[in-house]
Ligand binder design. Structure first.
Ligand SMILES: NC(=O)c1ccc[n+]([C@@H]2O[C@H](COP(=O)([O-])OP(=O)(O)OC[C@H]3O[C@@H](n4cnc5c(N)ncnc54)[C@H](O)[C@@H]3O)[C@@H](O)[C@H]2O)c1
Ligand SMILES: O=P(O)(O)OC[C@@H](O)[C@@H](O)[C@H](O)[C@H](O)CO
Length: 410
């Protein structure tokens, strides 16, 4: 029998990255999603195309050999597929891991194949597979947990490829950047050996890779998104063409680079080259990546281990500079009440209903005694005060006040 991978999340990165490389590695891919339109499209087509867009032109690959199951309506089928699969991957968003865990737990529990299932979560989050594993274990009988290692092995990963929101008329086809990086821990596979997926860079220690990626790619991307949206830019490339925003992004990256070089065994020169590559990637004019997609889910992005507070907290602990990161936090706090972004409404509510210190605790998870805490409280206070000031103005003046409340944008 051929190799089989079950992939949760037939969205942008699912179709445009994970499935592409599983397909190239010879796996049949079974997509699992809850969105009827995606499942129907995957069930009624035999192929879709992934097109890399860059200065050098376009290059297209055709993806075939897939099936799709809707886990909302066909959970039992998903369980059966997992019981006989080689690999389970997911790209659903870190907040969704708890929802896909129960079905994965059931599939793992009924496995009788000699080789354990390889579980690799492909999310932008530190330790996403560990998080998924925690949820899977909480849905597994305690007696069965003792032998879990015979049925499943779990490896964390860092995944990097910019896949913007796609044209709604493009069906399943995906337009993406050429660059990609997929780094996965190899130690959890022990003597069984890791799955044979040539696109993966297997490493012993993932932390330097995931921190370098999250605190360079995603910190700069989100900084451009939040500053860009505030300045009325539509896309990240447009924001990066603004010399002020590009300068801010560079300042932020100087701070995260100082952490990466100080903490991990990465040479300053190597990190600088990485930074230049990332700046070129996020400035790519061929990717129509909206500031709303990149800024999405601000509560997640402002949380303790994430792209702003994560590096700023570690810099503060080391007595190093983090002021530019605070500017990004300030702009992220202004990403409120954005259409179709539930978290942006949650952010507005938290800021409205809490004192600066309480809002800081709720949003960032920072301990009140942490060396970064009081600096973030000041930024929260600043954004809350602006909202109160604008709320007091008569309606015709509100737009005017907003246009003046942009101290960091030239
Ligand atoms: N787009 C990128 O550039 C990129 C790059 C690297 C990593 N990532 C990460 O990949 C993950 C997915 O991002 P995306 O951009 O592909 O998002 P997306 O919204 O395009 O895709 C997410 C998919 O998950 C599906 N889903 C939601 N709940 C589900 C459930 N309970 N079961 C099964 N499927 C479910 C959605 O229907 C959707 O199809 C995120 O963690 C993101 O940070 C994205
Ligand atoms: O997916 P998020 O919401 O964590 O972050 C938005 C983008 O920064 C992200 O999707 C990047 O495009 C991706 O991480 C590039 O590898």
């Amino acid at each position: 029998m051929g190799k089989k991978a079950i992939h949760f999340g037939g969205g942008n990165i699912g179709r445009g990255f994970v499935a592409e490389f599983l397909h190239t590695a010879g796996y049949e891919v079974v997509f699992v999603d809850v969105m009827d339109s995606i499942i129907n499209a995957l069930q009624t087509t035999k192929s879709y195309q992934v097109t890399e867009v860059s200065e050098g032109g376009e290059s297209t690959k055709t993806i075939t050999n897939y099936r799709a199951i809707n886990s909302k309506t066909h959970e039992a089928d998903v369980i059966q597929e997992i019981s006989t699969a080689d690999v389970v991957t997911c790209a659903v968003g870190p907040n969704i891991l708890k929802f896909i865990a129960p079905v994965i737990a059931k599939g793992i529990d009924i496995r009788s194949t000699p080789k354990p299932l390889a579980v690799i979560a492909c999310e932008n989050a530190i330790g996403a597979t560990d998080t998924l594993r925690g949820f899977i274990e909480s849905h597994t009988d305690s007696e069965r947990l003792k032998t879990m290692g015979e049925r499943a092995q779990y490896a964390n990963s860092a995944i990097d490829r910019i896949v913007p929101a796609q044209d709604p008329n493009s069906g399943l086809n995906v337009r993406i950047e050429k660059f990609y990086e997929w780094v996965v821990e190899k130690t959890p596979f022990g003597s069984v050996g890791h799955p044979d997926i040539p696109a993966i860079h297997w490493v012993d220690h993932l932390e330097p890779y995931i921190e370098r990626k999250l605190f360079t790619v995603n910190t700069s991307h989100a900084t451009a998104a939040y500053y860009g949206r505030y300045a009325g830019k539509k896309t990240i490339a447009e924001a990066m063409r603004d010399s002020y925003i590009r300068g801010v992004v560079r300042d932020v990256l100087k701070e995260t680079a100082s952490l990466i070089v100080d903490k991990h065994e990465i040479e300053a020169q190597e990190q600088q080259e990485y930074v230049e590559t990332i700046i070129a990637r996020i400035s790519n004019p061929y990717l129509e990546d909206s500031v709303e997609r990149v800024g999405r889910a601000p509560l997640r992005k402002l949380s303790r281990k994430e792209r702003f507070i994560g590096p700023a907290a570690q810099l503060a602990e080391r007595g190093m500079k983090y002021d530019s990161l605070l500017g990004s936090v300030e702009m992220a706090l202004r990403f409120q009440n954005v259409d179709e972004d539930e978290e942006s409404f949650g952010l507005a509510k938290i800021l409205k209903e809490n004192s600066p210190a309480d809002a800081t605790v709720q949003l960032t998870g920072l301990e009140r005694s942490h060396p970064l805490f009081s600096a973030v409280v000041k930024v929260v206070d600043q954004v809350q005060s602006e909202a109160k000031y604008v709320a007091l103005l008569p309606a015709p003046l509100v737009g005017d006040a907003r246009s003046h409340a942009q101290p960091r944008i030239c």
